[in-house]
Write a protein that binds this ligand. Structure first.
Ligand SMILES: [Ca+2]
Ligand SMILES: [Ca+2]
Ligand SMILES: [Ca+2]
Ligand SMILES: [Ca+2]
Length: 698
């Protein structure tokens, strides 16, 4: 594994280095590393890369708050430690970091606002674009770190800034009127963040007509820094409402279309209807009745669930209101609004009851515990184009399935010539119905919200590929015939083959029982607009367990597994420490996790690092490492800028790829002040490097 780079087309500079192995003084691997390197063959031709810096100033990378870029070449993480130019933090505060993959390793930069670090609660990064080129950070100007932008309001809670991660600059996105309050803020953005949506307890735009009250919300859109009210009724009147669903409620996914043309908001008055704001100009009521028959349930609230990602052409919501003739009951149903259909026919009853025998109506399984209202949940997952929608209903709505009540998992599949409804199995109600904490049990498969503001300790136990072909979920139900004895198992459904398989149903695992999770549960999970990609486009499923599902996993620690029809270890399975999955690139080529084990020779500390198990990845193991700088150059590089101008805040320490071109110097020489100079004493160089470098290799 560690030699793989010899023949896989490394850049020319590396080829030069590896062509002269005699020049390379290999540092001894620990026995553990050597054992891992010899015994473990990672699946898919993966190799480990250390993403977080070699020198973390004695700090660990924190679990739970992380995000991978869609191309696998950037990674966001947080740490309570101070490195890569971040100021000293307190034990309760976090600094945010962005790692970028270069030709010879990953480099890390601190991405705080220049005048401080962050807590994970209301402040900090709330969201990123899928490529991690931009992030939105929430900030309180009158906090103890002082003002950042003089034009930003210093009262009424948080301001939102967009950080351009290419330029390292910050732009005030929430306007100069007021802050967004203590529980408002960023919800979703267009794919490039040229338009972001904010819910705010305070008026963000002049004369918005929105009530100025701590308990109420209005929806705003910020287009290239210009803020305007988005919660506007079709007749032009402002209305109290929030982006997507209301805060601390249901789902928020794709509440702004990727192209930025549509924003979905829920009114907080009357029937809590669902609306689309289009280009900041017009508003469409999406939850209006299209009944031609008289009667029908009405007067209930509407809950936004998701939307077609690219343009917002289709929108999913749940309600007990009977909005079409086919809905003859008063139970909660899943509806889709389709802009492409003619007037009066925009709505499709996704959860239509096709079983005349089982009780009338789907009773889509809205969660009602933990302060969440009935009707809020039900959606399990959906493809980005909304042609595949997974949901849970309490009643049997297909003609053929078992007719007893219980949380039944369905797929509505519209990828063929006409939509079909498929019953996948009945989940376990016994461990979920009475669990008001939502910490345990199958209720988490359909509990809301999956992500978004208000996602408080309710990690959703379902994940899906972008096209919805693959759905993975964790259930204690015995769905494939394996006697799981009430233990949770990871299941994968393939909509193309219509096969449900159990990834973790291993009879002789050691230990046989233990936790299983997609991610480490963490309160205040951020970013709010990103669900970790546990299911790749190709159907690989990544998860954590402390069961030993494969013979080579006997450490009794949590390890990261991949299931692609067969089980594979992503982490070594032999380490002394646990490994915890963080995220993946949607292609599945990058699987990121944290561990305190040292998986590459560069990792010399006992601190927790981010690793990428990357297909075709890996970097040369450490040779003798020439220091990236010496003397005055080190001192300059090691100092964080104290200048608060936006452009200087993207300090990336001594780990820049530019500064790493030390390998090009001849033997016995090292790059210093931009030139190859004679090397100094080796021990001294190592000491200096450990103090100053932020580079990381894998
Ligand atoms: Ca109904
Ligand atoms: Ca029925
Ligand atoms: Ca293990
Ligand atoms: Ca480490």
């Amino acid at each position: 594994m560690s030699r793989k780079w010899l023949c896989d087309g490394r850049p020319a500079m590396l080829a030069l280095i590896v062509s002269f192995p005699v020049l390379i003084l290999l540092l001894p691997l620990s026995s553990q590393q050597a054992a891992a390197a010899e015994t473990q063959a990672l699946p898919d031709g993966r190799s480990y890369e250390q993403v977080s810096p070699v020198n973390k100033n004695g700090a660990d990378v924190d679990p739970g708050t992380a995000m991978a870029a869609v191309d696998g070449n950037r990674f966001f993480f947080v740490s309570k430690g101070s490195f890569a130019g971040q100021p000293t933090s307190l034990s309760t505060e976090y600094s945010p970091y962005l790692a970028t993959r270069g030709p010879i390793g990953w480099t890390t930069e601190g991405i705080s606002l220049p005048n401080g670090h962050l807590t994970l609660g209301s402040a900090g990064y709330q969201g990123f674009t899928p490529d991690l080129s931009k992030g939105v950070i929430q900030w309180q100007e009158n906090g103890r770190f002082g003002p950042f932008d003089p034009s930003a309001p210093t009262t009424a809670g948080f301001n939102s800034y967009i950080r351009d991660n290419e330029a390292g600059s910050f732009t005030l996105a929430s306007g100069t009127e007021r802050g967004t309050g203590n529980t408002g803020g960023f919800v979703w953005g267009s794919r490039d963040f040229s338009m972001i949506a904010l819910s705010s307890q305070n008026p963000l735009a002049p004369s918005s007509g929105c009530p100025d009250s701590g308990a109420k919300f209005c929806a705003y859109e910020s287009e290239n820094g210009v803020v305007r009210l988005a919660s506007v009724l079709p007749n032009g009147e402002p209305v109290e409402g929030a982006v997507g669903n209301r805060p601390f409620r249901c789902n928020f996914e794709h509440a702004v279309s990727d192209d930025g043309h549509r924003l979905f908001f829920t009114s907080n008055v009357g029937d809590h209807d669902l609306y689309a704001r289009e280009d900041g100009i017009s508003t469409t009521l999406l939850s209006a009745s299209e009944r031609t028959l008289p009667g029908g349930e009405s007067g209930n609230e509407v809950n936004y669930q998701s939307a077609e990602a690219a343009h917002g052409d289709k929108v999913l919501f749940t309600t007990k209101n009977a909005l079409v003739d086919a809905d003859g009951d008063s139970t909660n149903d899943l509806y889709m609004y389709d802009y492409g259909k003619p007037a009066g026919q925009h709505l499709t009853l996704i959860s239509e009851d096709h079983n005349p025998n089982a009780p009338a109506g789907a009773q889509v399984h809205g969660w009602f515990a933990n302060g969440l209202p009935e009707g809020c949940g039900g959606l399990v997952g959906a493809s980005e184009d909304l042609r595949r929608v997974y949901f849970v209903a309490n009643n049997q709505i297909t003609p053929d399935g078992p007719e007893g009540t219980g949380p039944k998992l369905y797929l509505w599949d519209n990828t063929g010539t006409s939509p079909k409804l498929i019953y996948l199995g009945t989940l376990d109600a016994s461990t979920s119905e009475n669990d008001s904490s939502l910490i345990f049990g199958d209720g988490r498969i359909w509990a809301a919200p999956a992500i978004g503001p208000g996602d408080l300790q309710i990690p959703r136990q379902s994940r899906w590929s972008r096209d919805g072909r693959f759905l993975a979920f964790i259930s204690t139900a015995s769905l494939t015939g394996f006697d799981n004895d009430g233990e949770p198992e990871v299941f994968r459904y393939d909509a193309l083959t219509e096969q449900l398989s159990c990834a973790t149903c291993v009879a002789d695992s050691r230990p046989s029982t233990g936790s299983i999770a997609f991610n480490t549960a963490q309160p205040q999970v951020k970013p709010v607009n990103h669900l970790p990609a546990n299911v790749s486009d190709g159907g690989q499923v990544f998860f954590n367990t402390d069961r030993g599902l494969l013979p080579e996993d006997s450490n009794g620690q949590v390890d990261v597994y991949e299931y692609d029809g067969a089980l594979h270890l992503i982490s070594p399975g032999s380490g002394a420490s646990g490994s915890f999955f963080l995220d993946a690139s949607p292609s599945g080529s990058d699987a990121y996790f944290i561990t305190a084990d040292r998986l590459v020779g560069w990792d010399k500390d006992s601190n927790v690092d981010v690793y990428d198990a990357r297909v075709g990845g890996g970097f040369p193991e450490p040779a003798f490492v020439p220091p990236p700088c010496e003397g005055e150059a080190c001192l300059e590089a090691a100092q964080a800028p104290n200048d608060a101008t936006p452009g200087s805040s993207s300090y990336s320490g001594a780990g820049n790829v530019e500064q790493r071109k030390t390998g090009a110097c001849p033997r016995h020489k090292v790059r210093r002040h931009g030139k190859c100079r004679k090397r100094r004493g080796q021990r001294r160089q190592h000491r200096r490097q450990s103090k100053t470098t932020t580079r990381s290799h894998g």
